[in-house]
Design a protein around this ligand. Structure first.
Ligand SMILES: *Cc1c(COP(=O)(O)O)cnc(C)c1O
Length: 459
């Protein structure tokens, strides 16, 4: 007899995973290698170590080790805010009148407010263990900057955060949070770097962009002794750290004999989605499950649904290695959207490969529909979701309503990546009915595609 499923599917402290799961080890067709932008040959560890911590580089390039130990000094920090709650959405099921079971993994309960802390803590831990004294990074919407500031405070590292200028002006409380945890926050573009000064000369009134903030952060890390750069999404090592989400979810569901039929996550650079689905996707690749996986992205930044699968740069200044991924082009400028964490032109290479090979589905949603779902969820389940997370909520509701139509009793699991407390200006705009939708035209997309490098591998 299956146990009655509680509203919160608890895991004990000792059940928190002690290893990360490397999904690539089970992929028959691996993602294409990262290329050095000069030689167009696969990037060597030494190329990447100029920018990233050694252990992260090792993980980035590791396609074979299945389980990678989570160091004890990091497990200790994880225990302070994990396991993250896995919740059965009984109220939502009832309100929708669906025969489906809906579950969500809530990663927004830590003070930084999102799943990003899982990788921030790992990267700060390794930096400290390698004897580095400081880190640099960029932040757009502010969640990654907050997570890194919290992690660096814990592990005793200095942190410089280049925050996209418009964002630092629009989200003063994110800026304040980052500074409270002790990080040095610099609105980007700034006059502290060559790349920043160049952009300011050309366009003194620019509000900045994520690509530009990345260029500034990398430049500072390279020029500073015992300093490296950290990134909060897109890279394979970030996805690896986030596999703790999926492993916890699977462990808790297994306790109660529950197997998901559909798993849904929002997709910006792909880290939460990749982490949530990792162990379940491993089952699917090995042929032991038929779970469907759905990525949900904003219609204003549709990397999967309208992008190209090509080698591209990770930043606007074209300084990063080349990554084969679904991309809108590093020169693509997404229109303003309240889900700042989903405004990235590219997508993690593992997820890109899985999408290309038909293991993963993708769809897009406009922000007014996303906020309809967010507000409905807040009223029914009581949790105020981040705008990014609400993309997954929208798709979960749609799938549950489809079950109502067909009478199927499917099990749906989605990732609730963060809290919406710092996004009240977005909710204010929704409440005032001043929120609008913007979908790029094919001509807009062509401009972005023109920035994809014309290298032999892309022909
Ligand atoms: C950054 C962020 C995302 C998107 O990033 P991924 O790497 O695609 O997971 C989603 N939700 C929240 C709350 C975020 O902060």
């Amino acid at each position: 007899m299956a146990k009655k499923i509680p509203t919160r599917l608890y895991l004990d402290e000792e059940e928190i995973p002690k290893t990360w799961y490397n999904l690539r080890s089970d992929m028959v067709n691996k993602p294409d290698p990262i290329l050095h932008p000069g030689t167009l040959k696969p990037a060597a560890a030494t190329d990447l170590e100029a920018v990233f911590c050694k252990e992260c580089v090792k993980q980035e390039l590791d396609e074979t080790t299945r389980l990678i130990p989570i160091p004890e000094g990091l497990q200790e920090f994880y225990r302070a805010y994990r396991p993250a709650p896995l919740i059965r959405a009984y109220f939502l099921e009832k309100a929708l009148g669906t025969p489906a079971e809906i579950y969500y993994k809530h990663e927004g309960t830590n003070t930084s407010g999102s799943h990003k802390l899982n990788s921030a803590a790992a990267q700060a831990f390794y930096a400290r263990a390698e004897g580095l004294t400081s880190l640099t990074t960029e932040t757009g919407a502010g969640q990654w900057g907050s997570a890194m500031a919290m992690a660096c405070a814990f592990y005793g590292l200095d942190l410089t955060v280049y925050m996209v200028k418009v964002s630092s002006e629009q989200k003063p409380y994110r800026k304040a949070l980052i500074e409270t945890y002790g990080a040095n926050l610099i609105p980007s573009p700034s006059n502290t770097t060559e790349s920043g000064r160049k952009i300011l000369e050309q366009n003194p009134n620019t509000g900045g962009s994520l690509g530009c903030a990345i260029s500034e952060a990398i430049e500072t890390s390279v020029k500073t002794d015992k300093c490296r750069y950290v990134l909060g999404s897109v890279m394979n090592h970030v996805l690896l750290h986030q596999s703790i989400i999926g492993q916890e979810a699977r462990a808790a569901l297994e306790k109660y004999g529950v197997t998901p039929d559909i798993i849904i996550g929002c997709a910006g650079g792909g880290s939460n989605l990749g982490g949530l689905i990792a162990p379940f996707m491993g089952d699917k690749i090995r042929g032991t499950s038929k779970t469907r996986f759905i990525a949900v992205e904003p219609a204003s930044c549709p990397s999967f649904t309208r992008g190209r699968y090509a080698y591209d740069f990770g930043d606007t200044a074209k300084t990063t290695p080349l990554i084969r991924m679904y991309t809108l082009g590093s020169g693509f400028m997404p229109s303003a959207n309240h889900a700042g964490g989903l405004r990235y032109h590219g997508m993690n290479p593992i997820l890109s490969k899985l999408y290309k090979d038909g293991y993963l589905e993708a769809r897009s949603a406009v922000q007014t529909d996303v906020f309809d779902a967010a507000v409905k969820f807040a009223k029914i389940e009581g949790i105020l979701p981040a705008p990014e997370s609400s993309h997954a909520i929208k798709a979960a509701i749609d799938e549950a309503l489809e079950c109502k139509r067909t009478g199927e009793k499917k099990v749906i699991l989605f990732g609730l990546t963060g809290t919406g407390y710092f996004d009240m200006s977005a909710y204010m705009s929704y409440n005032a009915k001043t929120m609008s939708d913007s979908i790029p035209t094919d001509a807009d997309l062509e401009k972005g595609f023109a920035s994809i490098p014309e290298i032999p591998q892309n022909r």
